[in-house]
Design a binder for this molecule. Structure first.
Ligand SMILES: *Cc1c(COP(=O)(O)O)cnc(C)c1O
Length: 511
């Protein structure tokens, strides 16, 4: 079966765009526009539409089927194992969903008067306190909408603190970023007006302390460091407290990328490690939906030094069970750098994450991080004899392999990942982190059973054997069973086509 000729087969549907399905004489509603109502033309004056509206003509069942089929194309954590390293795709307990849909929470409107939303303000206050407690930090900004947005929040706090202390023409503009960092780290630093200075990893996959000290120098031009812990190699940065001490001694701040909190939650408090601000991906660590099912939420915990710069709005407790939402702070002790978002943030995600925290409790959260690390090490232990672990030691929540086990087979990391699709498994994260050649980063998370992990490990071992014995050709052609074969990803990225345009009317040749 050739992917490009794939059409309706085996109850799988090739899905056209609604515009391509258009039958102009068809309509899903049965009144004749404004004519029946007799209102539109008068009340709209000269804004009345003269040309056809250019929406596709379809019946209601056709529209319903179109969107239902599209939704079924979305591979998700609810469809199967989703071992994307760094993304923490864990099961979203249905209890969280049930609570987020409670009448009174699900129906909230962000413009409701504060007196009518006391319950949800109490809930913001609660989740804020849970996050502060888990992280050992005195303040939290809830509004950032995702991890990258949280990075922006944290780095803007750092920028505001430096500007206040040293003036806006301070030379403190260099930010140290380990080479294994997620791409959002250097992007964020750059957007905030800093220059990025990369720090290499040592042979063991952690920050090279000699190189770090060298880059820091006397530190007078260093705004801070953006460090991920555990890092994207799945390893705990054991020198973090020392690094924080040196950064602070030189007048800088420590940003921690908290995307990997799932490995240490309930075990280490980032505040105790000297961190000044850290985003928390609620959609990773605290299980709220992400990927196609977002939105995410990226609250940022802050140290006492950065807390005054936290963005508006925030919740204050004004009495027993009474809360207020502070939207403006004219001349108070706080010096918010501004606002990041309309309204307060992703309320539905706060409810889900709080439900996750409260249903797990202190011991349950601690067990979740322990099980996440155990599962990753199980995968590592069961594959290390046939694949090539990037580092010899135990990992935290994700197992990292390089591509040296594929040397001489003619099979690349990309080929191997695509072949996993034919075996019924979503690929792991590939070619990240950049510090490892042909990286394959596997994060099973704590919610996979031993049975599910054994199936995955079995499929991986079969593929390794097949790569060894050849032919490589089969790998180059993979995926062979998916509706689409290899996509030209470079072409797709360079020539984004996000908008359907009607075909140009064909002109008369004589024209
Ligand atoms: C996921 C992730 C981010 C970005 O978070 P988003 O919520 O996707 O914006 C940043 N750093 C690391 C290490 C991540 O895994």
């Amino acid at each position: 079966m050739n992917g490009s000729q794939f059409s309706h087969q085996g109850l799988q549907f090739e899905e056209s765009l609604l515009f391509e399905l258009d039958r102009p004489d068809s309509c899903g509603v049965d009144f004749d526009g404004h004519a029946d109502l007799g209102l539109a033309e008068d009340s709209l004056g000269n804004l009345y539409r003269r040309a056809p509206i250019a929406l596709p003509g379809l019946s209601e069942p056709e529209v319903v089927r179109h969107y239902t089929r599209l939704s079924q194309k979305n591979y998700s954590i609810d469809s199967g194992l989703y071992p994307l390293g760094s993304c923490t795709m864990k099961h979203n307990p249905r209890l969280n969903e049930k609570l987020a849909r409670l009448e009174g929470l699900g129906d909230l409107h962000p413009l409701q008067p504060v007196a009518t939303v006391q319950g949800v303000l109490a809930l913001y206050d609660d989740i804020g306190r849970w996050l502060q407690e888990i992280c050992g930090m005195p303040a939290v900004a809830l509004s950032p909408a995702a991890g990258a947005h949280g990075e922006l929040c944290g780095m803007m706090c750092i920028r505001a603190a430096i500007d206040e202390k040293e003036g806006e023409d301070s030379s403190r503009r260099r930010v140290l970023v380990p080479e294994s960092a997620h791409g959002t780290n250097p992007s964020t630093a750059t957007i905030c007006g800093f220059t990025v200075d990369p720090i290499p990893a040592d042979a063991g996959g952690r920050i090279d302390m000699m190189a770090f000290k060298d880059k820091l120098g006397d530190g007078s031009d260093v705004a801070g460091i953006m460090i991920t812990n555990p890092n994207t190699c799945g390893l705990f940065e054991t020198d973090i407290a020392k690094i924080a001490e040196l950064i602070h001694a030189s007048g800088g701040y420590v940003y921690c990328d908290g995307a990997n909190l799932n490995a240490i939650m309930g075990r280490v408090r980032p505040g105790d490690l000297g961190i000044d601000c850290m985003h928390i991906n609620l959609h990773k660590t605290f299980s709220t939906p992400h990927g196609g099912g977002g939105p995410g939420a990226g609250p940022v915990v802050l140290s006492a030094a950065l807390a005054p710069y936290a963005p508006l709005p925030w919740v204050v407790k004004t009495g027993d069970d009474k809360f207020d939402l502070i939207e403006h702070e004219p001349g108070g002790p706080a010096k918010p750098f501004g606002r990041l978002k309309g309204f307060h943030g992703q309320t539905g995600m706060f409810i889900r994450a709080l439900a996750y925290m409260m249903s797990h409790g202190r011991d349950g959260l601690r067990q979740a991080s322990g099980d996440a690390v155990l599962n990753a090490n199980y995968v590592l232990a069961k594959l290390k004899d046939v694949m090539s672990p990037a580092f010899p030691e135990y990992c935290k929540h994700e197992a990292l392999f390089d591509d040296s086990f594929l040397a001489g087979t003619g099979v690349s990391t990309m080929d191997f990942a695509k072949a996993m699709i034919d075996e019924g498994f979503h690929p792991m994260t590939v070619y990240f982190p950049l510090v490892v050649h042909g990286a394959m980063l596997i994060e099973p998370t704590e919610t996979e059973s031993k049975f599910a992990l054994d199936e995955f490990i079995g499929a991986m071992r079969v593929l390794v054997e097949r790569a060894r014995t050849g032919p490589a050709e089969k790998f180059h052609q993979a995926p062979r069973l998916a509706p689409r074969r290899r996509i030209d990803e470079t072409e797709a990225a360079r020539n984004l086509r996000l908008r359907w345009l009607p075909e140009e009317p064909t002109r008369d040749a004589a024209d």
